[in-house]
Design a protein around this ligand. Structure first.
Ligand SMILES: [Zn+2]
Length: 478
């Protein structure tokens, strides 16, 4: 059995903190040189230690270290060749599968030194990502020093001792990156236990508001759609919290959402961009841009044909290279998000490249209960219900009216049992939300990807025009 102890390696944390702080003192050229050196080392390491990359790069010259010459890898490739991708031969899909099957182990270390995060990803295929202790130290330093502007874990300690209470409102019940990271912090810094709490996004809004009211967080992190919903609760007097800052991530934060949330709570809203593949890709400087942590992660925006996209143009997808993690190398990994690199330098003066996230945009559904009261359902909650309870990842939930939903499933990938699981899971969820009157039709038909980003928007409010074409051949269940 592995030890449930936290991943805590002081020397690595200090070294990562030094690397992250000192890179900020150099200019863009310095950041570029750091990234190039780390990239050469990563490629050499992957060739030497990962059977998958050794095979993938077998026809390339030994010293090839130019990203543009390397093949792209997808989540499907990595999951299909899981064991061969890993560079620690003691790790296997089987042992990792046992670890993630145990919800008690969320946030704990596998083999004393690895974090394991799972994701379904917005492109629909579940993923399992393993991060080593060095990568975790880098993510932590990036969060503390660049995002939070703290100089060391001691500053965080001081903040907690002066009464900061951190709340994460997110998907729980699995080894998701956000939840697992919060649990890891609690293991690593026991004095944080009372000051770091995770709240499930799957419960009803009333229940969530009541729990947050009791806790009174000073820092609240969640998805933009969830923060918007809480802002409305606050405006309506059903929630009364006074956070110092709200941190958003996991979905695109629109300017309108930022303003609405900031007004409701009278506080700063700061956005971040991260993924299960790299926890802290970019941070919000407070001047309207996200800055890429380009010394530790390389982003290459591409068009639908895989060609590089210039600054100012929204990409079809983006390739990610993680320069911090060696145990499961990600080199030119297709992340699936649409992003735009900004043409103009940011007014904050940072040497780190500025960007905007276009992808990850889903609708909040507003339904009516029997008395006509509006009930909101969050996209992430609906997705989690279908993924966790029905084990279905490729779907679209379409709102056709105030009281009717259509669940569209890909007929090529879904068997009858899965259709029944979806019916039961969504039925239970709608009852729990107080809208058992909402009808649910299941339609087996090809899914429609977003025309700009190519991503699948999985929770969508239909426009009046598109309503007529939906549900015509659906089997009604409500
Ligand atoms: Zn900036």
């Amino acid at each position: 059995m592995t030890n449930p102890a936290p991943i805590l390696h002081t020397m690595q944390s200090l070294e990562a903190a030094w690397d992250v702080s000192s890179a900020m003192l150099g200019g863009a050229g310095h950041i570029e040189r750091l990234a190039q050196r780390r990239l050469r080392e990563l490629i050499a390491f992957a060739r030497a230690s990962s059977p998958f990359y050794r095979q993938l790069y077998r026809r390339l010259p030994e010293d090839e270290a130019t990203l543009a010459h390397l093949p792209v890898v997808t989540k499907h490739d990595l999951m299909a060749h899981f064991d061969a991708v890993l560079t620690d031969r003691d790790l296997t899909r089987k042992s990792i599968g046992q670890f993630i099957a145990d919800p008690q182990r969320v946030g704990q270390a596998l083999h004393d030194r690895y974090a394991v995060w799972t994701s379904s990803g917005s492109t629909g295929e579940p993923g399992i990502f393993v991060h080593d202790e060095h990568a975790l130290a880098v993510y932590e330093a990036l969060e503390l020093i660049r995002f939070r502007g703290l100089t060391s874990p001691a500053t965080l300690a001081a903040a907690c001792l002066t009464g900061d209470r951190f709340a994460l409102v997110a998907a729980t019940g699995g080894h998701f990156a956000g939840h697992a990271t919060a649990e890891r912090l609690r293991w690593a810094y026991p004095w944080l236990t009372e000051n770091v709490r995770v709240f499930s996004i799957l419960q009803s809004t009333a229940e969530l508001a009541s729990q947050l009211d009791d806790y009174q967080p000073t820092l609240l992190a969640t998805y933009p759609t969830a923060a918007s919903l809480l802002a409305e609760e606050q405006n309506a007097g059903r929630l009364a919290i006074g956070p110092r800052e709200i941190w958003s991530g996991g979905e695109r934060l629109s300017d309108a959402q930022r303003a609405q949330i900031g007004r409701a709570f009278g506080c700063t809203v700061r956005d971040g961009y991260g993924a299960s593949e790299f926890l802290s890709i970019a941070w919000d400087c407070g001047h309207g841009s996200l800055h890429i942590n380009a010394d530790w992660v390389v982003l290459e925006p591409i068009d639908a044909a895989g060609r590089a996209v210039p600054p100012g143009v929204p990409s079809h997808s983006v390739l990610l290279t993680n320069l911090a993690n060696r145990v499961q190398p990600l080199i030119r990994y297709d992340l699936g998000d649409s992003v735009t690199l900004l043409e103009e330098p940011c007014e904050c003066g940072s040497a780190f490249p500025a960007m905007r996230v276009e992808g990850r945009c889903d609708d909040v559904l507003v339904l009516r209960d029997v008395s006509g009261r509006a009930v909101k359902l969050l996209p992430l909650a609906l997705m989690t219900v279908l993924e966790d309870e029905a084990d279905v990842y490729r779907f679209q939930v379409l709102q056709a009216s105030d009281t009717s939903l259509v669940l569209r499933l890909d007929p090529q990938r879904v068997e009858t049992a899965a259709v029944q699981r979806c019916q039961h899971a969504l039925g239970r969820y709608l009852r729990a939300q107080g809208v058992p009157n909402v009808s649910l039709a299941i339609e087996q038909r090809g899914l429609e990807a977003h025309p700009v980003s190519g991503k699948l928007r999985r929770v969508v409010v239909l426009s009046a025009n598109s309503r007529a074409t939906v549900g015509a051949n659906a089997a009604g269940t409500g």
